[in-house]
Design a protein around this ligand. Sequence first.
Ligand code: MG
Length: 382
Amino acid sequence: MRVALLGSTGSIGRQTLEVIRALRPRFQALALAAGENIESLLQQVREFNPAVVSVGTEEAAERLRRELGLGRAQPEILWGEAGLREIASLPEVQIVVNGLVGAIGLEPTLAALEAGKRVCLANKESLVIGGHLVKRALARGGGELIPVDSEHSTIFQLLEGRRPEEVKRIILTASGGAVRDRPLEELPSLTPEEVLCHPTWRMGRRITIDSATLANKGFEVIEAHWLFGLEYDQIEAILHPQSVVHGLVELADGTLLAGLSPPDMRLPIRYALTYPERLGGSQVELDLRGLSLEFAEIDPQRYPAFEAVVEAGRLGGTMPAAINGADEVLVERFLRREIPFTRIAEGLRLVLREHREFGGEEPGLEEVLAADRWGRERAKKI
Ligand code: MG
């Protein structure tokens, strides 16, 4: 299977290449797209020999061309958002892994689905800001959408082969991030270093901060709404510090199914690539002995961002795009020490109050992207 990997030098990208390395020669990385991290990309190009590569800017493309030199067959080098879209719809590619971070991931997802590809989706913004557009592209292009987010991959597997009327509700678990056990009065003075210390997962910076505010879990509720076609009332979230149970499904008769695995993204990536097959040889194993599992209610005082984001999902239209755009900027500003940790959630609530929908219930791509820009601009002024 020929794979195009978007965001190859990020956390999901690097782990996807590890999985592909283990599944060679059946799977090959035919195309890689990265941003500005040319050093890592060079190593990846040398090892995986992709036919096409895309980078963030024209300058980065020049640099890559120079560094690769003339001594070998060069890949075709593209750049910018056009490069991402092109890589996502290459005719030779069967699977697109979208590991991009942020709203920039939406258009490549749409391009890949329109072209009938399987999209292994780690870019949650695709569904958060453009869920209705993704569904439309899926119906039009005849592609497939397989979640890579660990909670969604688990629930996807638990739901396999079930009819909608069998399912009462689903439950997503949340580790509670770095602030779970801090006294509430300490939250305003937390430093980026303290919040970047995630107790169970190793991830990129934005998602680690989003896991501490639980904005991430709110975005995952929206993601689940679109992926599984469930009403918001059927989707719940619960704190689970060990990150061993990733998701649960309650069936109509009250039976509760749970999916367990160690917190290791290589597992959902592997399943998304090989679905519906299950290939052996995975190094990931869970030892149940000595394991204790705890669950607790999400405290709205500690995690006000969670409810704000879920509310944006319920309101629909361009509200999720506005709140997501704002969150990206607020997290960046917290990391640059411009605002305190607790201001992130306050900023999200402000967006919820102030954003006026663009384009009604089914906004087009332009309106969604305009709402994203609106959210960013608003967050810069907070
Ligand atoms: Mg997740």
